[in-house]
Design a protein around this ligand. Structure first.
Ligand code: SAM
Length: 331
């Protein structure tokens, strides 16, 4: 039953984008006048639950809800509650979530009640004006309230920051001290060329090799084998006692150990974040009440999982490497 791709990689991690809609418009993620999918194209929460169940039967052990902003999907807690039965049965090891934090103060306690143990909160700056500028629609205070609520509910919080040249590079040491001071890991991410935005990504792109070199002038960073199932490589920071992760899709391709596939809210399965190839699971899901057709479609798709992504950001390459925005597949 296990899902093993043509390169011998076992797929055990499913990321599910439950909506492509978001209450922020981060400048590196999408254009301000972003067109979203018509609601009628979305899978219902019951259909998403059924599809997740098929993946779990086929060996998925870790499931991450993402988006868009997962906590703006109507009745999302119904799906979390449904999925938590797989934690109770032991079939699923971890149910987690990536969020911008805007709705966390409402939902943190319920997430913890349904067995979520850790979450990732995306936060690119601790400066309220810069936060509003980068997210266009977001308010830092609301996100900080959400982080407080999550920690109060006992959720382990990891912060994710996209490293952006001349935007937050100078601030990252302070963000790291702040995160580590509150018992949170911080992971920095290279911006990826996904979807048209209103800006030139070459102006935003900061290779993390440069960031690491600059951090090493102030901090003692030691590589550690710590893993959370995702692509981050971690260092221990002697001065803060905390962990800093690096996600480097541009400068260091980590595809050889990829264990992930991504499902969208319309039932499209992407076998690689950085490639266009996809498989439709909605039609086989709806064609029969049994799961045989959809299980066969998943096997066929895993058989086409590509070796890796080929992202390029440079002045000569004006088009994004993949046409869809990150909000379709949720990072
Ligand atoms: N709304 C949720 C959030 O903000 O975490 C989940 C979806 S969001 C698309 C997931 C992550 O992708 C966020 O950390 C965001 O900063 C990151 N992201 C969006 N566009 C990106 C890009 N082009 N390159 C790198 N990371 C990106």
């Amino acid at each position: 039953m296990d899902m093993i791709d043509p390169f011998g990689r076992t797929i055990s991690y499913l990321r599910v984008s439950v909506t492509d809609r978001c209450d922020f418009r981060c400048t590196y993620c999408m254009a301000e006048d972003m067109a979203f999918l018509p609601k009628k194209d979305l899978l219902s929460l019951e259909e998403l639950d059924r599809l997740c169940g098929v993946f779990i039967e086929k060996g998925v052990r870790k499931l991450r809800l993402t988006g868009g902003e997962p906590l703006v999907r109507k009745n999302i807690m119904h799906l979390v509650r449904q999925l938590s039965r797989h934690l109770e049965s032991g079939a699923l090891e971890e149910l987690t979530l990536t969020t911008n934090g805007s709705q966390l103060s409402r939902f943190a306690a319920e997430l913890a009640d349904f067995g979520v143990k850790r979450i990732n909160v995306s936060l690119d700056t601790l400066d309220a004006d810069k936060f509003h500028k980068i997210t266009r629609w977001g308010h830092l205070g609301k996100v900080l309230e959400g982080i407080d609520a999550a920690q109060a509910a006992g959720l382990k919080v990891k912060l994710n920051a996209v490293a952006l040249k001349d935007f937050n590079d100078a601030e990252l040491p302070d963000m790291m001290r702040w995160a580590h001071g509150r018992g949170m890991d911080l992971t920095v991410i290279e911006t990826m060329p996904m979807g048209e935005i209103d800006a030139d990504r070459t102006d935003q792109y900061l290779p993390l090799s440069l960031l690491r070199a600059s951090l090493e002038r102030q901090f003692t960073l030691t590589d550690i084998p710590f893993k959370t199932g995702g692509p981050a490589r971690y260092v221990h920071v002697a001065e803060t006692g905390g962990r800093l992760g690096f996600i480097t899709p541009m400068t260091h391709n980590f595809c050889e150990s990829c264990n992930r596939v991504r499902l969208t809210c319309t039932g499209t399965l992407y076998m690689c974040l950085g490639q266009e190839d996809a498989a439709d699971l909605r039609a086989p899901l709806r064609a029969s009440e049994g799961n045989e057709l959809v299980a066969a479609a998943i096997d066929e798709a895993i058989g086409r999982k590509p070796k890796g992504h080929d992202f390029i950001i440079d002045r000569r390459t004006s088009r994004p490497s993949v046409s869809r925005h990150m909000s379709v597949t949720g990072g």
